[in-house]
Write a protein that binds this ligand. Structure first.
Ligand code: ADP
Ligand code: 2DT
Length: 217
């Protein structure tokens, strides 16, 4: 059971290109926080389990084709269907570590080179979602990502697109209110783990001891 003293848990998001090490680092971060006695839940987007998530999964595996707008809105809806759970879970005192969030939604859609899908357009359906307290961006150049394994069969696993995705993430970082912490994901797993820890732990301690409740604006 969550500790009574907690006002709420922290909402931590880990972002990055494919193979940046998100899965590895979310796992390590959770284990460390858990070992210190924090109440932790993890979540990842897309969540391919729900009906909407299955539609997204089928699109990513090239089994169905969809208009770029439609799939963008499904990714957003996939977050909205978890929004209440996120709020309730944080309110119970659990810190949530989330693998990808609306930043992924914005950059992957905008990376398609469809002039109708600007970053600005792509953000709109996510406005009002629970706002993360801290966002870690694991930065890795596509050539480094490629050394971690060849591209698979999924929709977005192509070099040019990955390159644009990274550029768009960097654009978001530099935008006012970007608020992501950049970590070089090209170093060893242990080094990356330590840097994430140094960024995240103070936030977790601060939020678990105080009150916030911001929305994506
Ligand atoms: P993501 O979830 O971002 O796609 P993963 O955590 O699944 O990334 O890591 C992708 C691959 O790269 C895995 O084989 C993983 O073991 C490896 N990997 C992760 N972090 C590092 C690192 N810092 N250095 C070298 N290889 C790594
Ligand atoms: P994984 O390989 O991490 O399962 O991601 N994506 C993700 C989007 O295009 N929009 C989104 O909103 C999200 C959350 C990134 C599967 C792919 O889905 C992309 C890679």
């Amino acid at each position: 059971e969550p500790r009574n003293s907690m006002v709420r848990g922290a909402f931590v998001v880990v972002e990055g290109v494919d193979r940046a090490g998100k899965t590895t680092q979310v796992q390590r971060l959770c284990s460390k926080l858990y070992a210190l006695g924090h109440n932790i839940k993890t979540i990842r987007f897309p969540d391919r389990v729900s009906t909407i998530g299955q539609m997204i999964g089928s699109y990513l595996q090239n089994e169905t084709n969809m208009d770029d707008h439609v799939v963008h809105l499904l990714f957003s809806a996939n977050r909205w269907e978890k929004a209440k759970w996120i709020e309730e879970t944080l309110a119970k005192g659990y810190t949530i570590i989330c693998d990808r969030y609306y930043y992924s939604g914005m950059v992957y859609s905008a990376a398609k080179n469809n002039p109708a899908l600007s970053l600005e357009w792509a953000k709109q359906p996510d406005i009002g979602l629970p706002k993360p307290d801290v966002v870690i961006f694991l930065d890795l150049e596509p050539w480094q990502a490629e050394q971690r394994g060849g591209y698979g069969e999924e929709k977005y696993e192509k070099r040019e697109l990955q390159q644009r995705v990274r550029e768009l993430y960097l654009q978001l970082l530099n935008a006012p209110g970007g608020g992501m912490k950049v970590i070089n994901a090209g170093d060893s797993m242990d080094a990356v783990e330590e840097r994430i820890w140094n960024e995240v732990l103070p936030w977790v301690e601060m939020v678990e001891g105080g009150t916030y409740g911001a929305k994506v604006g």
